[in-house]
Design a protein around this ligand. Sequence first.
Ligand code: SF4
Ligand code: SF4
Length: 392
Amino acid sequence: MGVHVKPELIESLEEFGVKDATTCFNCGNCTAVCNLSTEETPFPRKLIRYLQIGAKDKILQSAEPWLCYYCGDCSETCPRQANPGEVMMGLRRYLTSLYDWTGLSRLFYTSKAFEIIAILIVGGLVGLAFYLFHGPMITDRVALNVFAPNRVIEILDLIMAAVLSFFLLSNAYRMFSAIMSVPFKGEDEIMARRRRHTLLKGIPLKIYIKEGKEFVVQFLTQKKFASCGKPEKKSQWIAHLLAMTGYSTVFLLVVVGIRWFQRDEIYPLWHPIRLLGYYATFGVLYGVTYAMIGRIKKSSTVYEHSHSTDWIFLILLWLTTFSGILIHFTRLLELPLATYYIYAIHLMIAVPMLVLEVPFAKWAHQLYRPLVLYLIKVRESSIANSIVNIKK
Ligand code: SF4
Ligand code: SF4
């Protein structure tokens, strides 16, 4: 397939946080120093070269930006201060916007005002819904399930999850199509094009199923992150893992398990739901506070350049967690009115964060990374077994 060259591409990516790539003189130092770069999937130099020649199609089909966990080793050793780690981060934002067919992701990444207004609108609508439809505010005890019945919240949660899943999965399918379009080893362009037009990209379903564990393991452990960067950077992986697992736990508790999570009686300390809630709160608060302090202090290379979307995501996540903690305390202290008001504020922060971040911005990275690692495994497995299935 021919490469569509677009020399102005590198300038247009400044809004996504790609700033110093023009200074790169392609020495390859960054690729040599990166623990995660391999012969089959070399980066970041290759991606910077694509950027410099404006090869948008090649970038779209590249899995490599998702293989970088941004340890910063390459940026620290670059002789031209081209900041390859930050370039990879910017490319992940750019790719997220290319996968998204609605165009909203591009707007979030390129307009701070648009993102803030969107958050205010969604948060305002949640507040209005509470104002108009909340249940009786009982004041002689905390009765959260009278104020906001969990069966109603459960239905709204499931509707929201279905809508978000639709957007996220349709974007993920576009990513899958782009990445699996690259000719496999031993394939020519004509064979790749034929394969590209099939739903499963010419690979039997049984291979997708067989390699499914790769997705689960990578999603739950982020284990590639553990081998990314110098050993002293392990704390970044731990903070990331805590935030990610905490965030996923609370997402499941709220969306799938709200009828057990939001109860008017307080569970005993040892109860699994309460313990899971504590783990999720600790994990998110630790991971997010760690990242915020790092960005404020600019304590390492990876925190030197923050995009506005990084800050907005961290602030929304921190406020959601903090307001959740406040609700827990107002319930323990038996303060009914404070519980109801803080609960409404909590959802006015949490809902925009979920609606806007899950399919269109930072949160989508949680799906794209393990998905890419899984697709690479599927590709390797199908090549090893030589069972790419194309009807000629
Ligand atoms: S980004 Fe820096 S280290 Fe990497 S190839 Fe360019 S100049 Fe060399
Ligand atoms: S930031 Fe770390 S993982 Fe990413 S390309 Fe650079 S060295 Fe590799």
